[in-house]
Design a protein around this ligand. Sequence first.
Ligand code: KIV
Length: 262
Amino acid sequence: MNIHDFSAMKRNNNPIAMVTSYDSWSASLAAQSSIDCLLVGDSAAMVMHGLRDTTQADAEMIALHTRAVRRGAPDAFIISDMPFLSCRKGLHHAMDTVEVLMKAGCDAVKIEGLAGQEEIIAHIIQSGVPVMGHLGLMPQSVHLLGGYKVQGKTDDAGETIRADAQTLQEIGCFALVVECVPAQLAKQIADKLTIPVIGIGAGADVDGQVLVLQDLLGMSTGHIPKFVRTYIAGAELIIEALNTYAEGTKTRAFPSAKESYS
Ligand code: KIV
């Protein structure tokens, strides 16, 4: 997949399947599947580091995960998240972060929001770096939003998201993630834009979906959002395997003679 395939897939009505990846082994597995592209999301702060929200991620963390994902999936199209406040400390700071992430191995960056960072986003794109927008629920603003809530429910809020989506396309974003908005609103945006709209908690009438890998594998603990579909009971399977290994160790059933050197 390369940057041109995103718009081609939308034109051909071919939905884009994106998943998060933070490490080399999952990137390698995803690369052997029909997943189209990988997101090194700042959700790594929560999923991999046990931190309370994505405001805890920084460029060093995202770069570390990006390097691992690139090693696991040398040919994949990788998008890395610009971390909390990285576009809010001025152009130089934003460009330094873009440089760190691109040199870590991603092909594009994702940026939450629009207001106040239009010029920075345009500058990043003019510098030759593809930008994926992210509207609707923006987890980096969770403290201002007062929680992880559906966005764009009122006419005014919906209109702001529609207008921001249009502006991001005009600035030159190659794709847009829309998170936790009413399905009707997501459809209107996807119908209007020529760039693909990739939904998470945004219904089926968009140009692709993204999920956190651990959520879809059933490996996440705690609250699972309504929009997540769990495809395997990962946590159960893993705990069962660990229990079997532990029991085998304690009863000396493992290792067998075949698993030992004579
Ligand atoms: O960080 C992340 O995982 C994301 C996706 C959920 C869209 O931004």
